[in-house]
Design a protein around this ligand. Structure first.
Ligand code: FAD
Length: 511
């Protein structure tokens, strides 16, 4: 049996870390434990791997991660830092298991949700303030790439093509990136969200520790059963409240394994079907004084950042609008994704990668479910996925393909045709513990993240977002996590400690 805590948070990704940070800031003195199955990839814990400048050290950190299954038919190899779930219906579905979760690897695009993307069960003014708080925690800016050459030209072309009076104009993508005095870019990982959190006396980050079960006592939870993954030791951790922010696959898995199974658990799984293309910005768009970089590598593999975004890159944005069921993320790359003709002189930022994320219709039949007959490596029921596109989804993807092709042509010389990525490629998985205004069987939690039918179990992550969206989800999920943390702090402040003293942890929790 471990010492007891006021709150145990499961998962140290952007959402788990934001929940812990907001709890510590709004409820000083609360004892908060964050359990993380993975290990830190560098120093500080939860920093973005792109901030590790020593390429060998970065590669070593990534190589230390579990690899998981290889590509499935129709899928592609896992993105660095992620492991494929291994589901044929969504072959590129992936997770990250390390301090910081996917937030140690992400691209950091942080648009706000608008129109029908916004959950209608949350007061708009409350959500707006929480989004502002989330932007502060993530250090979101639209100025990270102000000095990138050719970005103005890219945005001008996109604006001419897509701007309409009723739409938000094409412009810089809000990104969670800070700029050093020397112009260097620092990517926000959960370490930035944490700040000094892990040094505070009442807060602990415990790595290499898997939450295997949430312990129940009637409609209350009394803590979690944890496993030290190095030693195999199992023990109970009493807590007055538990917040599970363990991603859109493993959050419902943990609830299921704990016997907490609201009808909507795992259902309404959605993601953002993704269409990609590349283009070489035409000289007619390029200001005459733009520099030429004769040494620019001609393939992504040869580039120092392996095709990563560097200060010459800009990240531009064609926002979602009600009459366009997708949004566009346009990145200027440090290398071409396809070999260019020998002798081609390319200016920094002249190779442009286009990624369009489509809104996918919601369906309860798209779901993650758990196979009681097959255990995963941790003895939890194995993750299975049912997922299919509908007619409306196919129509939006077709429209996105046309739009991407038009954008690639308008920008310059398309480098190949647009292509649709295999399902799961967006790495944005939503809806599997969605929130709702009432407990009507179509949601798992209330607007504060509290699981229906429980008094003190909360969930967080992209999985609580209830709407069909096109925008990248992390900013919204962090904002909703901020609201969850405040609700937990308010609840604990109102409850006499004796009322919520942890009940004894089940005997079988001890190995
Ligand atoms: P995660 O970051 O997935 O963290 C969950 C954590 O829970 C993990 O660390 C995991 O190890 C831990 N965990 C799971 N189960 C357990 C358990 N039982 N016990 C203990 N710990 C557990 N999003 C955007 O909005 N914009 C982008 O531009 C963007 N780009 C991306 C690019 C890449 C390459 C990747 C990989 C992701 C990208 N994303 C992007 C997605 C973004 O990273 C996620 O939305 C975000 O990290 C979700 O945060 P989270 O805290 O909910 O979950």
């Amino acid at each position: 049996m471990s010492a007891s805590y006021d709150v145990v948070v499961v998962g140290s990704g952007p959402v788990g870390t934001a929940v812990a940070r907001e709890l510590a800031d709004t409820g000083p003195g609360l004892r908060v434990l964050v359990l993380e199955a993975g290990q830190a990839l560098g120093d500080p814990a939860g920093g973005h791997v792109k901030n590790i400048l020593d390429v060998e050290a970065r590669d070593a950190a990534l190589a230390a991660l579990a690899t998981g299954p290889g590509p499935l038919p129709g899928g592609t190899p896992a993105r660095p830092g992620t492991t494929l779930v291994g589901a044929a219906a969504m072959p590129n579905a992936a997770v990250s298991t390390n301090v910081g979760g996917m937030g140690a690897h992400w691209t950091a695009a942080c648009p706000r949700p608008v129109d029908d993307e916004v959950p209608d069960c949350v007061d708009p003014a409350v959500l707006d303030e929480a989004l502002t708080r989330a932007e502060a925690l993530l250090a979101v800016t639209t100025h990270a790439f102000d000095r990138a050459p050719l970005t103005g030209a890219v945005q001008r072309v996109l604006g001419e093509l897509f701007d309409r009076p009723h739409r938000r104009p094409a412009g810089p993508m809000p990104v969670a990136v800070s700029v050093g005095e020397d112009g260097s870019l620092h990517w926000t990982g959960p370490a930035i969200i944490a700040g000094d959190l892990w040094d505070r006396p009442d807060v602990e980050l415990r790595t290499g520790t898997l939450a295997r079960r949430v312990l129940r006592d009637g409609d209350r939870v009394s803590g979690v059963e944890a496993v030290d993954l190095a030693s195999g030791e199992r023990y109970g951790i009493p807590a007055r409240a538990v917040v599970v922010a363990a991603d859109a696959f493993r959050t419902p898995q943990l609830l299921w394994a704990s016997g907490i199974r609201p009808p909507a658990l795992g259902r309404y799984l959605t993601e953002h079907p993704q269409v990609m293309a590349a283009s070489l910005l035409d000289e007619r768009h390029v200001p005459a004084d733009a520099p030429v970089d004769a040494d620019l590598p001609v393939t992504a593999a040869a580039a120092p950042g392996g095709g990563a975004i560097v200060p010459v890159s800009g990240v531009s944005w064609v926002p979602y609008a009600a009459d366009r069921p997708f949004h566009g993320q346009v990145m200027q790359m440090d290398a071409s994704p396809v070999p260019l003709d020998p002798g081609t002189a390319v200016r920094p930022g002249q190779v442009v990668g286009l990624g369009w994320f489509c809104r996918k219709e919601l369906s309860p039949d798209n779901r993650v479910w758990f196979d009681e007959d097959t255990a995963d490596p941790h003895g939890l029921p194995a993750i299975r996925i049912d997922y299919a596109l509908g007619d409306a989804d196919r129509a939006s993807i077709a429209a996105a393909v046309e739009e991407v092709a038009a954008a690639a042509r308008a920008l310059g010389r398309p480098l190949g045709d647009p292509f649709v990525m295999p399902p799961g490629s967006s790495l944005h998985y939503l809806g599997t513990t969605r929130m709702g205004g009432t407990d009507d069987g179509t949601s798992v939690c209330d607007p504060a993240g509290r699981v229906w039918g429980t008094a003190n179990l909360y969930v967080g992550g992209n999985n609580v977002i209830p709407t069909a969206t096109a925008c990248n989800p992390t900013l919204t999920a962090v904002a909703l996590g901020v609201l969850t943390a405040r609700a937990v702090a308010t609840q604990l402040a109102a409850e006499p400690a004796a009322r919520s003293a942890p009940s004894p942890v089940a005997e079988e929790a001890h190995a």
